[in-house]
Design a protein around this ligand. Structure first.
Ligand SMILES: CC(=O)SCCNC(=O)CCNC(=O)[C@H](O)C(C)(C)COP(=O)(O)OP(=O)(O)OC[C@H]1O[C@@H](n2cnc3c(N)ncnc32)[C@H](O)[C@@H]1OP(=O)(O)O
Length: 230
């Protein structure tokens, strides 16, 4: 009988459990450090994350935060960490998928792609031909990587965002929901908007890069109007 212990009793964990059951796991249980949770979806929470060392089941790390996911992944390297693929995902025959990766319903992974370990390819996301994504990358719901895109370790590609073909994004980035990345991103941090730009501390204080841009635009417009009138 196939048995799976999932670390992380969250909404994400619930989806992972559903995919695991569709992948033939008959016995599923959760571990979570929040002792107040006893059930996640249809399955029991049987202990904290430390209990994983005593367990002989296959293990899946269902933690959204890339850094925590990496730590737990490393702590459980001696276990079998399966790849879970929803039956309604499309995965090319030659796709190379890293251990402990989940590919959710409606996702499309086209020929020549590679993922590292512990990745999340979320619902209806796509990774197009010859793209390569590092370890612990999350391609969120409905995000699309065009052909020959490279994404570094632990980067989070936000929901509904688009990365143009041949673009590289370094590790440790967060790409905001709905962003359109048209140029290489070489500096880690949060990048938002269309086209995507770095959201730096100053922009954060002023309410986001987009607002800062519109503020500068308004000042320039007033300056031009003043000079035209003079
Ligand atoms: C199954 C699942 O649920 S998978 C999960 C998928 N979820 C996602 O993809 C979410 C991705 N996260 C985001 O887009 C976030 O908004 C982030 C990480 C970019 C920024 O988060 P925070 O640092 O908390 O920023 P915060 O919410 O304080 O916003 C700061 C400013 O940036 C703006 N901003 C935030 N996110 C975006 C965005 N994606 N695009 C454009 N502007 C944005 C905000 O409007 C705000 O400006 P304001 O002060 O004028 O309102």
């Amino acid at each position: 009988m196939k048995k799976l212990t999932i670390i992380g009793a969250s909404g994400h964990g619930k989806v992972v459990a559903d995919i695991a059951s569709l992948n033939g796991y008959e016995e599923i249980e959760f571990l979570d450090d929040d002792r107040s949770i006893s059930l996640c979806g249809l399955y029991p929470v049987v202990g904290t994350c430390m209990k994983a060392s005593e367990i002989e089941n296959d293990i899946f790390i269902a933690i959204g935060n890339a850094n925590h996911r990496k730590k737990l992944f490393r702590m459980n390297r001696d276990k079998y960490l399966p790849i879970l693929v929803h039956p309604d995902a499309v995965v090319a025959k030659d796709a190379k998928i890293g251990a402990g990766t989940v590919i959710m319903a409606g996702a499309v992974l086209n020929p020549g792609i590679k993922t590292g370990e512990g990745c999340i390819i979320n619902t209806c996301a796509s990774v197009d031909h010859d793209s390569s994504i590092g370890n612990y990358v999350h391609v969120a719901v409905g995000a699309h990587l065009c052909g020959t895109v490279t994404v570094g370790d632990e980067t989070w590609i936000g929901a509904g965002s688009i990365v143009s073909n041949n673009v590289s994004i370094c590790g440790g980035c967060t790409i905001g929901a709905g962003a359109v990345v048209i140029k290489d991103i070489k500096e880690k941090g949060t990048h938002i908007g269309v086209p995507a730009r770095m959201m730096n501390e100053l922009q954060k204080l002023r309410g986001g890069g987009i607002l800062l841009d519109s503020f500068i635009y308004k000042v320039l417009t007033l300056y031009r109007q003043f000079h035209t009138a003079a």
